[in-house]
Structures are given as structure tokens and as C-alpha cells.
Design a protein around this ligand. Structure first.
Ligand code: HEM
Length: 488
């Protein structure tokens, strides 16, 4: 202290003022650079290793929101090149930690839920759509039990054996009703129409498919929007009124279906009936609120992600006529009726879908909240850290996928089995603690739909331009969805 006073005494007042101003400015810069939660983490948490590097921003509060919003993939790739596999940055007053590459992402996927927690962030999106008491609205152990009942009721090998022919019939009927010799379609709309007929019919029952129309479905999924994460809860119902209105209508419709089934003496043997009759590990049946939530989850998940993947796949096929021709020839070599074996058959079709899921995974960024210290490579994530990964970045890293990483080349999957780093970076259905419940169903649904369409129709793009990603939505959808079909 004495030394400081001595130093201060030995300089004139204007120099002191200058020094104090500089210190103040530096202090303000530091405060802006680290959000409140970072400071809290810095001072109050036990740290084995250091926090991941922080990418400073010149704009307070907004931070990197504009750069990230404009092109998240480019932003994350640049950051990865400069700062390595873990880094932090601020957007809209919140600090996010991103993990990039297979090694860091593995830590994300395989962390137990009480360390990197899924429900705290995800429930903001899913609960208003699915309703209370389901999925991320309940403790993880209850959610796992609900998933076990779904698997047992609708996703066993026996159940899945029935689905391919149901889907093939639906698609054939749809094409007869809606498509002629040639025409132009909004391919996302087409696939939502198709999948909302196929998914819920297999995963729930015919009465559910009949009761839900596409407009209601559209309104419900308008809640899959990035703004859900930032708009304060008291303003949500004003902004997302369509979502909430659709949710209320769907709950009413599903409750009526459940009541009607209970009153009817004859019983369907479908997934919904099995769910209604199932008991959890404590011997309790699912409550009506849980049942309705599960029905809504199966309806939306069985529809939205397969529709978006199929949309991009259709666009890629329309652009890459050689790939489309190869898949068509494969179908002509075995044009038998479609059944469960569709999952093992048609390798060219499968490679095309896998390549689509690599380049355009419908769900491309995941988030968890750190609840206990978590070591990741040389760093420690501390409680409160919002931790994210971007599978679209992992699935296109040139050092793993080659210089042609951005090109649509389904044949790269011929050698996939011999490349452990590519395997570790390819997670379109997630992995570990929160791995997707429905990869087999989704592949069965998409392969059956596409085999049925491509046996009869050829697709083309209306112009040279290939659509780019629409960055305003939570799922990765194209900005232009027009495709031309022609009867073969
Ligand atoms: C192309 C189709 C699909 C894709 C690309 C996909 C992708 C994903 C991904 C990446 C996750 C992990 C999310 C995370 O880690 O936070 C996930 C989770 C999930 N998926 Fe899928 N999915 C698809 C279809 C389906 C279908 C058809 C169902 C239902 C039958 C389903 C049910 C679920 C459920 C319940 C979870 C939550 C798992 C958890 O948090 O523990 N998905 N999906």
C-alpha cells in the first residue's frame, strides 16, 4: 500500500487522473467481457482446470448474436480453428460454451443427466407443445420410464414389422389422390402431409391420424422456434398464441379418443391401446395427461424430423440426377412389396439418406445445463454453464470428412465402417444419455416412403439455384422448397 501511495505522490495530478481513467476503462471492458454468470463461476466454484477460452465481443449484451445468427456454422468453425475444441462466447447477455469435434462432443453425449442436464433447457421448447407431465417436464428417471413404455408398445421388432406395408399403402393412396403425370410441389408441405398420415398411424392408431389435420399440426409446431428460448415467459402466450391454441385443441381431441376407446367394448391392437394398458415399474398406468403428452410427442417427432430430412433428400436427388438414377435402378432390381426388410435392403437409398442427415441434420444444435463440475479435455465446465454442441459442424469438419466435406456424395458411406473418427463425428440421431428413441422407425418410414415414390416418379429442380438453409427456424429447413415431379 505504502509503495502505491509513494508512487502516486511522485507523479502529478493529471497523470493520476489518466491512470485512474485507464483503470476504470479496463474494469468496464472486463465486466462487459464476462457475463455475471461467468464472474460467479470464476469466484465461487471449485476449478480443477481452467474455463474454456472466451471470445470477446465489442458489443455489450448482444455479444456475438449477429455473427452467430447470420451463419452459425461459419462462426463456430472459425472459432474452432482459432480457439480449439472448447470455447465460450456471449449472446443476448448469456454465455454459451460450445464443444466441437468428436472428443469434446463425446463428453457432452455421455455425461449423466445430473451432470449435463437436458430437461432444464429443452423443456422451454417441448413442454408448451407436448403439455405437462411428459418428456422434459418430468424428472429424468420418469422420462426414461415413459420412453421404455413407448419402446415396448410401439417400437419392438414385432410392431415395426407391420409398419412398412401401412406406410406403402398410405403413400400409394396419397400419390393417386394428389399427384398426376407432372407437377410442381412444395416438397416440405408434401412430406409433412405424408408423414402426418404415416407416422401417427403406425405409432398411435388410425383414429388419431383421422382426427389431426395439417393446419392444426402446423400451428402446434410453430412453437419449435428459437425465440422460445429468449422471450420471457409472461410474453410467450402472446407471441406463440397459435401454438397454445393448437395444444389446447389437440389435448381435447386426444382426450376424446382416449375416452371413446375406454367406452368401446372392442379393442384396437395398436400402439395407443398398448400404451393405455401399460403399467410403469411401480405398477401404475400412465395418467391421461402423460398419455396425451406421449401421443403429441409421437405425432410431432414421428412427423417433423423425417419430413425435413426427406425434404432435403428430395432436393439433393433433384439436383444429383446420377444418384437418383442409381437409387431408381436399385429399386427396379427389387421392386417387391415393402416390409421390415426395407431396413436391411436398398444400400444406395440408405447411403443417400445418411448423407442427407450428415449435411442437413434437422436438429443441428443441442444444449444442456451443467449442474456439477464437468471436465472436458483440458477444461472444467462449472455449474450453470450452458453447454452446446453443433452436429452440423462435427459432420462437416474437413479434417475428418475431407476437402469435399460440403459436397453431397452418398458413396462416402461405403467406407464409413473403416473410419472410427467419422463414426464418432456422425450423430444425426444424437448419442449416449439422450440418444434418439426412433432412428429405426425414422429410417423405416423414410426408406419406405422414398422407395414407393421413386419407383413411380422422377424429381427435378425448377431452376439452377439450390436452396440454402433458412436460419430463422429451430430446425434446419430450406429457404425454397419447390420441386418438379414427372411420372416415369
Ligand atoms: C429423421 C428423424 C429423426 C432425427 C434426425 C432425430 C434426431 C434426434 C436427435 C439428434 C436427438 C438427440 C437430442 C439431444 O441430444 O438433445 C433426438 C432425441 C429424441 N428423439 Fe429423435 N430424431 C428423429 C426421429 C424421431 C422419431 C421418429 C422419434 C419417435 C419415435 C424420435 C424420438 C426422440 C426422443 C423421444 C428423443 C429424446 C431423447 C432424450 O432426450 O433422452 N425421434 N432425436
Amino acid at each position: 500500500m505504502a509503495v502505491i501511495f509513494h508512487l502516486l505522490n511522485s507523479v502529478d495530478h493529471s497523470s493520476v487522473l489518466l491512470l485512474v481513467s485507464c483503470l476504470l476503462l479496463a474494469g468496464i471492458q472486463l465486466l462487459q467481457r464476462y457475463s455475471f454468470s461467468s464472474w460467479k463461476q470464476f469466484f465461487f466454484t471449485r476449478r480443477k482446470n481452467q474455463l474454456p477460452p472466451f471470445i470477446s465481443a465489442s458489443l455489450p449484451f448482444f455479444g456475438h448474436a449477429f455473427a452467430y445468427g447470420k451463419n452459425p456454422k461459419e462462426f463456430l468453425l472459425n472459432a474452432y480453428r482459432k480457439y480449439g475444441p472448447a470455447f465460450r462466447f456471449t449472446m443476448m447477455g448469456k454465455t454459451f460454451t460450445f464443444l466441437v469435434g468428436p472428443e469434446a462432443s463425446r463428453e457432452f453425449y455421455y455425461s449423466p443427466n445430473d451432470q449435463l442436464n437436458g430437461e432444464e433447457m429443452n423443456s422451454k421448447i417441448t413442454t408448451p407443445i407436448l403439455g405437462k407431465d411428459t418428456a422434459y417436464d418430468v424428472p429424468h428417471s420418469v422420462m426414461l420410464e415413459q420412453f421404455r413404455l413407448i419402446r415396448k408398445s410401439g417400437l419392438t421388432r414385432n410392431r415395426m414389422e407391420e409398419y412398412a406395408s401401412v406406410i406403402e399403402d398410405e403413400v400409394t393412396q396419397y400419390l393417386e389422390e394428389k399427384w398426376g403425370e407432372t407437377g410442381s410441389i412444395d416438397i416440405l408441405h408434401t412430406f409433412r402431409e405424408l408423414c402426418v398420415r404415416c407416422g401417427p398411424k403406425c405409432l398411435l392408431g388410425t383414429d388419431v391420424t383421422k382426427a389431426v389435420n395439417l393446419d392444426l399440426y402446423h400451428d402446434l409446431i410453430s412453437g419449435f422456434h428459437p425465440l422460445v428460448m429468449t422471450i420471457p415467459s409472461f410474453m410467450q402466450s402472446a407471441v406463440f398464441y397459435k401454438r397454445d391454441r393448437a395444444n389446447a385443441k389437440i389435448r381435447k381431441i386426444f382426450q376424446e379418443i382416449i375416452n371413446k376407446r375406454r367406452e368401446e367394448p372392442t379393442r384396437e391392437d395398436d400402439t395407443l391401446q398398448r400404451l393405455m394398458e401399460s403399467k410403469n415399474k411401480h405398477g401404475q398406468p400412465l395418467t391421461d395427461t402423460e398419455l396425451i403428452g406421449i401421443m403429441t410427442a409421437l405425432m410431432t417427432l414421428g412427423t417433423e424430423e423425417p419430413s425435413i430430412t426427406s425434404t432435403w433428400f428430395g432436393l439433393f436427388l433433384a439436383k444429383h440426377q446420377d444418384v437418383q438414377e442409381q437409387i431408381y435402378q436399385e429399386q427396379m432390381e427389387d421392386a417387391s412389396g415393402l416390409d421390415y426388410k426395407v431396413l436391411e435392403k436398398y444400400p444406395a437409398l440408405e447411403r443417400g439418406l445418411k448423407e442427407t442427415l450428415r449435411l442437413r441434420p434437422p436438429a443441428f444444435t443441442f444444449i444442456r445445463k451443467c449442474r456439477k463440475d464437468k471436465d472436458v479435455l483440458d477444461y472444467t465446465l462449472t455449474p450453470g454453464t450452458m453447454t452446446c454442441i453443433s452436429i452440423i459442424v462435427n459432420q462437416t469438419l474437413p479434417e475428418i470428412w475431407g476437402e469435399d466435406a460440403e459436397d453431397f456424395k452418398p458413396d462416402r458411406f461405403i467406407d464409413f465402417g473403416n473410419n472410427p473418427r467419422q463414426q464418432a463425428s456422425y450423430t444425426p440421431f444424437g448419442a449416449g444419455t439422450h440418444k434418439c428413441l426412433g432412428p429405426n422407425f425414422a429410417m423405416l418410414e423414410m426408406k419406405t416412403i422414398w422407395a414407393t415414390i421413386l419407383r413411380k416418379y422422377k424429381l427435378e429442380l425448377p431452376s439452377e439455384r439450390f436452396p440454402v438453409e433458412d436460419r430463422t427456424t429451430l430446425f434446419l429447413i430450406p429457404d425454397d422448397k419447390k420441386v418438379i415431379y414427372k411420372k416415369r
